[in-house]
Write a protein that binds this ligand. Structure first.
Ligand SMILES: *[C@@H]1O[C@H](CO)[C@@H](O)[C@H](O)[C@H]1NC(C)=O
Ligand SMILES: *[C@@H]1O[C@H](CO)[C@@H](O)[C@H](O)[C@H]1NC(C)=O
Ligand SMILES: *[C@@H]1O[C@H](CO)[C@@H](O)[C@H](O)[C@H]1NC(C)=O
Ligand SMILES: *[C@@H]1O[C@H](CO)[C@@H](O)[C@H](O)[C@H]1NC(C)=O
Length: 768
């Protein structure tokens, strides 16, 4: 479990890189015309930015440059080649360089020990759902349009906004012939078409909130947002009051959508409705299910989503689900069954920040979506604690809580307060205040949307404001409209739920990371931007954050892979997505794989994984038997008579599962632990190919692969191997993670190998 200190470090880690590209001091600029030309023949080269471990504070610029050249030389033909390819050497705010590299060279660099991360330089333009381009799925990416329009994705969510431009059906023919679902037009719900081919609602309990509508219509906005992220058509000039302007799109703009409304205002999402929706979606004929809903972390046999997903898997449907928003505490991940693709949330390299200018000329920066432009140059600034109604409400007024402040004192002012509950901006507005500066030591990576001028600052900045407030009698400030700022990425969102998996100590969860911070997608006209009373802001698009937002990115990628390989099993699609993920850095995310799983989603690579780790229904049953599930419990999951575990061929190996990742849980700190993992890969790449194993082991751990080379002579041929992981007792009890990568000429199939020595606790997560 990360301590509070670890948490602070985590935030500090991000903020070291936060900021404005123009502040990054450019010490050296070596651009020669030759390096802008392709260096050797036809190998395509692009600019990449390479981050190295922080250098020693006393290191001089010159020796840093030498280090950069040294690193670069190790993967280049010659020193001259290295110095010609280097374009920027950043030596002040961070230790990094920019260079022109081939994909292969970038890959080699990213595998080096001293390299923290490598990412391609992007040519910034005004984009909206930047997240897909960020993941490498660009308008130029290969698509299999004919099949894509045959892929049907089902979402279990809060419903949909059919009139949204994201769900127009221009150019789409009638639904695929296998489609058995329906899209009923209710009195209050019209607009089904050849894009939105299914819409149903499930609500069995009687209680009904008058603000909701008994139809698939989305009064919340969540379902509209996730659906458009997954499969929305291209909509140019989307933005939130001009913020994040660009073209909005989903991952598979031609795929068909079927919406199953299972979540309702106030009552949430009932298990019974969820199961009914799974049932309907499976028989309607969807290909992929995306569910951004979390449930209890109980046994797989008692979790409606795990059960629904198991049934879906049997029919060849992959379920993609969100990991939960209960991070950064450990063992909070939900939806962790082995047949589910469990998605963590990461950042996409932009932040929404507002400038605050104090009366003393100091400019500070806060995070959040503030759509308001100030009308004056400055307003009086006061601390909430000095505006209290009376001495008894002083403590509450420090947090700008309702009924704690004197309206006559608040009127016309910008108020500074500490965060206790969301909505301080609304309290200040209702009292006639102008704006709010909220201080918090948490949530610094997500932009909250405000209904009145407001922004959120960290404690360092909070102290500056406090000092200013005490330095002089007449204090003033102004809060500007938010701007989009570029930041370093990827990193795991602080809120994203972490492993270890409370459901099984043999299974790494989450599986994969995808963008889930400040995602811009379609919204409903039936809700205000904040969803709070008194908010008059409405927009066709909005920013949302959560693993709810990262989940449809992976759902879209799954549909994208399916459009190239319609015959692949759910486990094959899942394996393709996991083994091709872009490695993330444990130096950025201290929780490493427990935060980000296999790494960052890379949809275009997932199209062609080379090898897959396949699994079928029997494999999962063998796994559950190995986990000690009782036969009666299994019966509930399978929906059939008891399965006799002793009559099954026992699956062997540490985890008894052909999973694309490996996790070894230590039983004791004082003894050597040995885990043997049995794996089988299926060749889905070139029929004749050879793969060689590359192993990385953290210190104190030995990893041996047998055999170290796999030869294939035909498509779909299977090859077995085993991985022996030996963990020696360690004084500090801290182990890093390793990996196994199978490499062929064209492919690289990577599996993280994680050592877990944390106690597995059964958490109780709430609905997301
Ligand atoms: C607080 O925010 C400022 C500006 O955004 C940043 O420079 C500083 O490093 C942050 N401090 C911490 C402790 O995160
Ligand atoms: C919406 O349509 C459904 C089904 O036709 C109906 O039951 C419901 O009463 C309608 N109106 C509202 C406001 O929910
Ligand atoms: C694009 O959107 C902005 C903000 O919503 C609006 O002001 C502008 O007129 C739009 N431009 C076009 C070409 O539609
Ligand atoms: C602070 O921001 C204001 C308004 O954008 C600008 O005019 C001023 O130059 C900035 N001051 C500093 C010290 O950066």
């Amino acid at each position: 479990m990360p301590s509070l200190l670890a948490l602070q470090r985590y935030y500090a880690g991000i903020f070291e890189f936060k900021g404005y590209p123009m502040h990054f001091l450019l010490v050296l600029l070596i651009i020669t015309f030759t390096c802008l030309l392709p260096a050797n023949g036809n190998v395509h080269k692009d600019f990449y930015i390479v981050f190295l471990k922080d250098h020693h504070p006393l290191t001089t610029g010159r020796s840093i440059l030498e280090t950069h050249l040294g690193v670069l030389s190790s993967i280049k033909e010659s020193e001259q080649d290295a110095s010609e390819s280097l374009v920027y050497s950043y030596t002040r705010s961070f230790n990094a360089f920019a260079a022109k590299l081939s994909e292969d060279e970038a890959k080699k660099l990213s595998d080096m020990d001293e390299v923290v991360s490598v990412f391609p330089n992007q040519y910034r333009k005004l984009h909206t759902t930047k997240s897909w381009e960020f993941l490498g799925l660009t308008p130029d990416s290969k698509r299999n349009l004919e099949v894509e329009s045959d892929v049907i994705v089902g979402l279990l969510d809060t419903g949909i906004t059919p009139q949204s431009e994201s769900f127009k059906d221009d150019g789409l023919g009638p639904p695929p012939a296998i489609w058995k679902g329906s899209c009923k037009h209710f009195a209050n719900f019209t607009g089904c078409n050849n894009k939105l081919i299914g819409a149903k609602y499930f609500k069995l309990d009687k209680g009904h909130n008058p603000n909701d509508i008994l139809s698939p219509v989305d009064v919340d906005g969540h379902g509209t947002h996730t659906s458009s992220t997954l499969a929305g058509r291209l909509v140019p000039n989307a933005s939130v009051f001009g913020l994040g302007q660009g073209t909005a799109r989903g991952g598979v703009p031609s795929a068909r959508l079927a919406i199953y409304k299972v979540c309702w205002a106030n009552s949430g999402c009932a298990d019974m409705d969820i199961l009914a929706a799974f049932d309907a979606a499976i028989s309607d004929g969807v290909d992929i299910i995306s569910i951004s809903i979390g449930g209890e972390t109980s046994r797989y046999t008692k979790d409606s989503i795990a059960v629904g997903a198991f049934r879906a898997m049997r029919k060849g449907i992959l379920t993609v689900a969100s990991a939960g928003n209960d991070g950064p505490m450990s063992s909070t991940v939900v939806n962790h069954a082995p047949w589910i693709l469990t998605v963590a949330a990461s950042g996409i390299g932009r932040q929404l920040r507002s400038k605050v200018v104090l009366g003393n000329g100091v400019n500070i920066s806060g995070i959040g979506v503030n759509t308001f432009e100030p009308t004056k140059k400055s307003y009086p600034l006061a601390s909430g604690v000095d505006l209290s109604m009376n001495s008894e409400t002083k403590e509450q007024s420090r947090y700008c809580l309702d009924n704690s402040m004197d309206p006559s004192k608040v009127k016309g002012k910008i108020v500074y307060c500490k965060l206790q509950a969301w909505g301080a901006d609304s309290v200040i507005k209702s009292l006639g205040g102008i704006g709010t500066v909220i201080e918090s030591d948490m949530f610094q990576d997500v932009a909250q949307i405000y209904m009145a001028p407001a922004t959120m600052v960290n404690t360092t900045i909070g102290k500056k404001i406090n000092d200013y407030l005490h330095s002089t009698k007449s204090t003033s400030a102004v809060i500007y409209k938010s701007e989009v700022i570029e930041i370093r990425s990827p990193f795991t969102a602080s809120f994203s739920s972490r492993g270890p998996n409370p459901g099984s100590q043999h299974l790494l969860k989450p599986d994969i990371s995808a963008p889930g911070i400040d995602i811009l997608a379609s919204y409903t006209p039936l809700n205000s931007l904040t969803g709070l009373k008194g908010d008059t802001q409405h927009s066709k698009f909005t920013f949302m954050s959560g693993t709810s937002m990262s989940c449809p990115h992976v759902g879209g990628a799954a549909a994208y892979v399916k459009s190239f390989h319609p015959e692949w099993s759910p486990a094959a699609i899942k394996s393709a997505i996991m083994t091709t993920a872009t490695k993330m850095s444990s130096r950025v995310d201290k929780d490493a794989e427990f935060a980000y799983g296999s790494g960052q989603l890379n949809p275009t690579r997932a199209r062609s994984p080379g090898l897959i780790y396949d699994l079928d229904e029997t494999s999962y049953i063998q796994f559950l038997c190995h986990e000690g599930y009782k036969e009666s419990e299994l019966a509930a999951l399978l929906g059939q008579g008891p399965i006799n575990c002793s009559k099954l061929i026992p699956a062997n190996g540490e985890d008894a599962l052909n999973y694309p990742t490996m996790q070894l849980s230590l039983k004791s700190d004082h003894e050597t632990t040995i885990g043997v993992f049995q794996r089988t890969v299926t060749n889905v790449g070139a029929p004749v190919s050879v793969y060689n194993a590359t192993v990385k082991a953290p210190s104190g751990v030995e990893i041996v692969v047998k055999p170290t080379s796999l030869s294939f002579t035909r498509a779909l041929q299977k090859r077995r191997f085993k991985v022996v992981v030996t963990v020696k007792p360690k004084q500090d009890g801290v182990f890093g993670s390793g990996s196994l990568t199978w490499r062929s000429f064209h492919h690289s199939v990577r599996s993280p190998i994680v050592i877990s020595n944390e106690l597995v606790v059964t958490g109780t997560a709430s609905k997301l």
